[in-house]
Design a protein around this ligand. Structure first.
Ligand code: ATP
Ligand code: MG
Length: 343
């Protein structure tokens, strides 16, 4: 089974049935008339069912890299394989029907209803009306848009965040094994974005697709990604590792500058309270407690808020121990002394 941890990251997610791997081998793109390549010898292996985040500054080549995978842009050189098959040997139209794609500017067809937008690929694949209609309804529900309210509307009658959900639903329509998502939540305010991210994690836990996800929001990359590739100019990979490893050991100054301030706090958000060495319960009746499945960041939050030296940790309503600053630092691999067990 697939699980989402309370901290919001995907844990121990097995590749779903039918998930496929993606391999890029020394892929380059030189746009006509450009003196330097937009992407230069990009190599990466993505495991079946993995969610890889591409993070990098504007213009570094993220969209170009992504669009070469479904051949909206033809690579100048190199090889790309999906499920071991060379995509350059496949019919591009056929290929695109098997890769869900959420483009950077949402790109819904303005003259088609929401239902018709989502039905685009099923229609191309020749699905029956009945099957298509059922799928559209299912997907709208999945992205938490009431089909009764939204199916017959046009894109301009939706908010930016709602349009982005439709974009995601459209990409999922024919249940493709691979999804390419280019800043799918880019046009939303922070609160909507966080909601969409949470929904997306829940969805991915169910569907377990192989996903390449572009963002320039490092927080988003940490929250969603199994692995993150930090890119610089020409899609050069500065580091490719799990969020926790990148935060704990940035490969160079460039990566550090991308992480920005507060790396320790960001790491805390990835570690559940139960991973810390807990002390004895405080024994104070009715004192504040943090859930064992919550993150160490939540624990810090409670410590700061209450001003207490330690707070209880509860599991299913039962106090199972307590946690303090030293235990939290120790869990980060910091130099804090081990907490002393009381009693
Ligand atoms: N059709 C094109 N012709 C020439 N140059 C292009 C073309 N498309 C993109 N470029 C250039 O290639 C580089 C990479 O562009 P790309 O769109 O891949 O960047 P990006 O990382 O997705 O940026 P952003 O975060 O702003 O979306 C940029 O310098 C861009 O100006
Ligand atoms: Mg882009």
């Amino acid at each position: 089974m697939t699980e989402i941890t309370e901290t919001g990251s995907l844990s121990a997610r097995p590749a779903s049935e039918g998930a496929v791997g993606i391999e890029l081998d020394e892929v380059s793109k030189v746009y006509p008339g450009q003196p330097v390549p937009a992407v230069e010898r990009f190599s990466m292996t993505i495991e079946p069912g993995e969610l890889v985040m591409l993070v990098g500054p504007s213009g570094c080549g993220k969209t170009t890299t992504m669009k070469m995978i479904n051949r909206i842009i033809e690579p100048s050189s190199g090889a790309i394989r999906i499920d071991g098959r060379d995509v350059l040997s496949l019919n591009p139209n056929e290929l695109r029907r098997h890769i869900g794609y959420v483009i950077q500017q949402i790109g819904l067809f303005p003259h088609l209803t929401i239902a018709e937008n989502i039905a685009t690929v099923p229609r191309l694949l020749g699905w029956s009306k009945q099957r298509t209609a059922e799928r559209v309804e299912e997907l709208l529900t999945t992205v938490q848009l009431d089909p009764g309210v939204f199916a017959k509307r046009y894109p301009r009658q939706l908010s930016g965040g709602q349009q982005q959900r439709v974009g995601v639903a459209r990409a999922l329509a024919a249940d493709p094994p691979v999804m390419l998502m280019d800043e799918p939540f880019g046009a939303t305010d922070p609160i909507t974005r966080e909601k969409l991210q949470a929904e997306f994690l829940r969805l991915q836990a169910e569907i377990g697709k192989t996903i390449i996800f572009v963002t320039h929001d490092f927080e988003e990359a940490i929250r969603l990604g199994d692995r993150i590739a930090v890119l610089s100019e020409r899609s050069r990979i500065e580091q490719f590792d799990t969020p926790a490893n990148i935060l704990a050991a940035p490969a160079n100054d460039y990566v550090s500058s991308f992480i920005g301030q507060g790396a320790a706090l960001k790491r805390l958000a990835l570690i559940p309270v139960v991973d810390a060495k807990l002390g004895q319960p405080t024994g104070i009746d009715g004192s504040a407690s943090v859930d064992a499945a919550a993150s160490l960041r939540d624990a810090i939050d409670l410590l700061v808020l209450t001003g207490a030296e330690r707070v209880d940790v509860s599991d299913a309503g039962r106090v199972v121990g307590s946690i303090n600053h030293a235990a939290i630092s120790a869990a980060l691999g910091g130099v804090a002394p081990r907490i002393r067990e009381r009693g």
